[in-house]
Design a protein around this ligand. Structure first.
Ligand SMILES: CN(C)C(=N)NCCC[C@H](N)C(=O)O
Length: 265
């Protein structure tokens, strides 16, 4: 099995992550202060996403990455491959995403008034161990179903948007220019996050609820009670920051992914 797509996905995910670092720091209250954990986790998730996407297209169309400009796959195949990549990366992403959300929602030590109790989780590893001890192994996958609903279709949309925009401004059989890849990749990031944001809100609420008594009974219950209590606007919370971050992160991710695969021939 060719591994270049997985390696290129890992490196491009890491580069996108470094670029998104300032916005993640704002969004995540210091979670990305250290880069080693996100690089080991989110870049690995990107590697699964791009690797599975490319291998699914290979299975569906019998074309390798290099052959796909001359013989472009149909958008239906691109969508199916994107959904498959999105579905497969969820089970790798779920525990890391849960840790991120739990850390994001606790007060930063720097901001704590003197005398207040220390934060519940001391860092990503302590957070993972505590969840495992308190909620069992399944606790680490809390919110995974909402994450599956969020990522399966949205990653289909992600790759279709990218491919469609590249083909609009590229002659048949040619590779898209760097400027085209940057714009198409950034726009794919924005389009996918715009669609993903409502389920992102629900997923984060389920992840935060943990095993608390009175917590939501499931995805639907969380959707209904959030809408009843806070109105439909609740589903668009975070849309602006998600989009502002999505453009540069995904522009760089796609540019480095394409560049690496082209230079490896
Ligand atoms: C809407 N979703 C979930 C995505 N488009 N995911 C793929 C892009 C991942 C990239 N590292 C990012 O954080 O934007």
């Amino acid at each position: 099995m060719p591994v270049e797509e997985f390696v290129a996905g890992w490196i491009s995910g890491a580069l996108g992550l470094v670029l998104g670092h300032p916005l993640d720091t704002v969004k995540l209250l210091g979670f990305f202060k250290g880069m080693s954990f996100p690089i080991a986790s989110i870049a690995m998730v990107n590697s699964v996403l791009f690797g599975v996407y490319s291998h699914t297209l290979l299975a569906l169309t019998a074309t390798s990455h290099q052959e796909r400009r001359a013989q472009p796959p149909s958008f239906t195949h691109v969508f199916i491959a994107g959904c498959t990549g999105g579905f497969m990366q969820v089970y790798c992403l779920a525990p890391f995403d849960l840790i991120k959300v739990r850390l994001q929602n606790q007060t930063e030590p720097r901001a704590r008034p003197p005398g207040s109790p220390p934060p519940r989780y001391r860092g990503p590893v302590h957070c993972a161990v505590s969840i495992f001890q308190e909620e069992g192994p399944r606790g680490l996958f809390r919110g995974a179903w909402a994450l599956t609903l969020r990522d399966t279709p949205t990653l289909g949309i992600y790759f279709v948007t990218y491919e469609w925009l590249c083909r609009q401004s590229t002659q048949d059989g040619q590779n898209p220019s760097s400027a085209t890849v940057l714009v198409a990749g950034g726009s794919a990031g924005i389009a996918s996050w715009a669609v993903a944001t409502p389920l992102d809100v629900i997923k984060s609420r389920l992840q935060m609820a943990g095993r608390k008594p009175g917590a939501y009974r499931g995805v639907l219950d969380c959707v209904v009670s959030s809408a009843r209590q806070e109105g439909l606007g609740v589903f668009f919370r975070g849309l602006t920051i998600n989009s502002a971050r999505a453009f540069p992160v995904n522009a760089v991710t796609f540019l480095s992914y394409e560049y690496l695969l082209r230079s490896w021939g």
